[in-house]
Design a binder for this molecule. Structure first.
Ligand code: NAD
Length: 335
């Protein structure tokens, strides 16, 4: 039996990737591992339950991971597992380093011991630090790492570990660094679902004071397709950037959500920035486009409308999750 292990599979991107992989790769059995932190939702995998073996566990639990890799004959590991909320990292950095850095390191060890034939690591544009709003450059795969937040520092450390396990132990690795994802099933603490769910509830939406700070947005399915392209045709030891070039400021995003829902701009309220709020990231994704022929397929306007509609239609999914989030975005002035 030959299997792919997806970690962090009950999260936003991980669950989309599992669904995507199951649809296109019927020959593979899929093992979905997730610690089910406050951000993990096993229900995200409900529609593929009969195609996936779910394991409740921590990537840092080496005995468990060793057993899973051996029992399922895992050939490929895709590591999404992470603490992913930048704001929480300001309040509780240690849990980020525990999972994102030490957990990844433990997983690398397990994969080396088991002799997996591919370890694919999911990283982020944030490891490069931020760009000035008027900078005309984009980050390339050669840009220096300059993380500015506990989240991005822990992710950067993990990327270094992944490369080190390749160079030192010969583990066949690939890395993708991706821009900001949007789509269905994103935990309601993140900026876009926060804006949408607050708006749907008739509440005001909290916009950071640095409202012109912007992000590069990619639909989660385009990210999944990029990972698949790297798994199938990417070169071992290489890093690929995954981005769209579509940049939208925090303020513009708030306006787009309000406009789609027919609500007035007065629904916005300004809140203090969280400490270390990065101004801007932009990835040069020329390498994956020219080498692997990947390109984003989802038009931003269409994808955003679909996402807003999904939240409007799936209150039962997000309502129970709201109370689980440990961070109040309005609270930075008091922190
Ligand atoms: P998410 O918070 O929705 O999902 C993370 C999942 O990991 C959750 O299901 C959680 O339960 C699980 N998890 C946490 N700690 C774990 C542990 N120790 N062992 C096993 N599982 C654990 O996050 P997401 O937005 O889906 O992000 C997934 C990955 O993609 C992360 O590595 C993140 O850094 C990266 N990424 C995200 C974005 C984005 O815009 N969301 C952009 C670039 C990269």
């Amino acid at each position: 039996m030959s299997s792919i292990l997806v970690t962090g599979a009950a999260g936003f991107i991980g669950s989309h990737f599992v669904r995507h992989w199951v649809r296109g790769n019927a020959q593979d059995s899929v093992v979905a591992l997730d610690a089910l932190t406050y951000a993990g939702v096993e229900e995200n995998l409900a529609d593929v339950r009969d195609r996936v073996t779910f394991v409740h566990g921590d990537i840092g639990d080496s005995a468990l991971v060793d057993r899973v890799l051996a029992e399922h004959g895992v050939h490929t590991v895709v590591n999404f597992a992470a603490e992913s909320h930048n704001s929480l990292a300001v309040l509780d950095p240690r849990r980020f380093f525990r999972t994102n850095t030490m957990g990844t390191q433990a997983l690398l060890d397990s994969c080396h011991r088991a002799g997996v034939t591919r370890f694919h690591h999911i990283s982020t544009c944030e490891v490069y630090g931020d760009l000035a709003l008027d900078d005309d450059r984009a980050f390339t795969e050669q840009s220096p790492y300059r993380p500015r937040t506990p989240y991005s520092a822990g992710k950067a450390a993990a990327d270094h570990a992944v490369r080190a396990w390749h160079e030192t132990f010969g583990l066949p690795v690939t890395i993708t660094n991706c821009a900001n994802n949007y789509g269905s099933h994103q935990f309601p603490e993140k900026v876009l679902p926060l804006f949408i769910t607050r708006s749907l509830d008739g509440e005001r939406i909290p916009v950071y004071a640095s409202k012109d700070n912007r992000r590069e947005w990619i639909h989660v399915l385009d990210h999944c397709r990029a990972i698949e392209a790297v798994l199938k045709d990417g070169r071992i030891g290489e890093t690929y950037h995954v981005g769209t070039g579509v940049e939208v400021s925090v303020d513009e995003m708030a306006d787009l959500v309000l406009a789609e829902l027919g609500l007035p701009r007065q629904r916005k309220m300004t809140v203090p920035d969280r400490p270390g709020h990065d101004r801007r990231y932009l990835l040069d994704s020329g390498k994956i486009r020219t080498e692997l022929g990947w390109a984003p397929l989802v038009d931003f306007g269409t994808g955003l409308t679909d996402t807003i509609r999904w939240y409007a239609d799936n209150r039962a999914w997000w309502e129970p999750l709201r109370g689980r989030s440990p961070v109040a975005e309005e609270a930075w002035a008091r922190a």
